[in-house]
Design a protein around this ligand. Structure first.
Ligand SMILES: [Zn+2]
Length: 287
């Protein structure tokens, strides 16, 4: 907040701050996961500094922030949460308490959320049966981008032209990504895939695919579920199982061996969100 006031002075005195403003002078936006940094920078360029809470390789279901991360929040003007990640459900109250002046925005706002009828069948980091993985869908990303644009504009109204132009360019890129994925998947005959962790629920919904997760309720599969997965895998001729980098390989390997499928490592927390969406689609159509 203090830096924000300084930036205001600078604006009043000089007409505008130099574009090469010190890193420490930039407004700070805190977010939960790395793909959010991608979204913020797509629209905000380097006008803002993005503070990401979950470091590479850590799990957004169980990660606990460090003392220095909590103090970094002190400098944040805004916290953009995904909405229903386990980390956020456990820590958001403490996070907001470290800096009550910080604005909180949920990127789940305006998203058509997937709710599971039977929450026992959902994985660990859900709340009230809501699937948290909203960012893994180009159509949701369009809604997220609009929310991000609106919030960045509120922080820096003097950069309206810059932000508006970048937001429009990004929306066009997302339209083209959606069109590319739709066309890549158009000739796919078997539309079912298996995954360890159900991080592709929104992607599956948007592209008319069926996601069959190995993990249930955030826990490794029971012998009964493993048996069921094996039967379904053989019956549907499943040829690949997506495995999230942060998770244990053992059960996925056992299942892959049983049904003759290949394990494909994916990373829903990839800072290069765009490439990850294309990578996942490419794997689905590659055989
Ligand atoms: Zn997840």
């Amino acid at each position: 907040m203090r830096n924000w006031i300084i930036a205001g002075f600078c604006l009043a005195l000089l007409g505008s701050c130099s574009p090469g403003a010190e890193e420490s002078d930039k407004p700070v936006i805190s977010v939960t996961i790395l793909p959010q940094q991608y979204f913020v920078e797509k629209i905000g360029g380097d006008l803002f500094r993005v503070n990401v809470m979950i470091p590479p390789g850590a799990s957004p279901a169980t990660y606990e922030p460090t003392i220095s991360q909590l103090s970094e929040l002190d400098r944040s003007d805004l916290y953009m949460k995904i909405g229903y990640l386990g980390f956020e459900l456990s820590w958001m109250e403490k996070i907001m308490a470290t800096n009550p002046a910080m604005k909180l925005v949920s990127l789940s706002d305006n998203i058509d959320l997937i709710r599971e009828e039977n929450p026992a069948h959902l994985h660990g980091h859900n709340h009230g049966g809501i699937d948290p993985h909203i960012w893994m869908s180009p159509l949701n990303a369009k809604i997220i981008a609009t929310t991000v644009y609106r919030e960045l504009l509120l922080l820096m109204p003097e950069e309206k032209v810059f932000l508006e132009e970048r937001h429009e360019t990004f929306q066009a890129e997302l339209d083209s990504l959606h069109a590319t994925i739709t066309s890549m998947l158009s000739s796919l005959e078997d539309r079912s895939f298996m995954t360890y962790h159900p991080s592709l629920s929104y992607y599956a919904r948007d592209y008319d695919l069926e996601q069959i997760p190995l993990e249930i309720g955030g826990k490794s599969p029971s012998p009964t579920h493993m048996k069921w997965m094996t039967d379904v895998g053989r019956e549907k001729g499943i040829s690949l199982i997506f495995l999230q980098m942060q998770l244990d390989q053992k059960d996925a390997e056992t299942l892959a061996k049983e049904i003759g499928a290949e394990i494909i490592q994916i990373n829903p927390l990839d800072p290069d969100w765009y490439s990850q969406m294309l990578f996942i689609t490419g794997k689905l159509v590659s055989d």
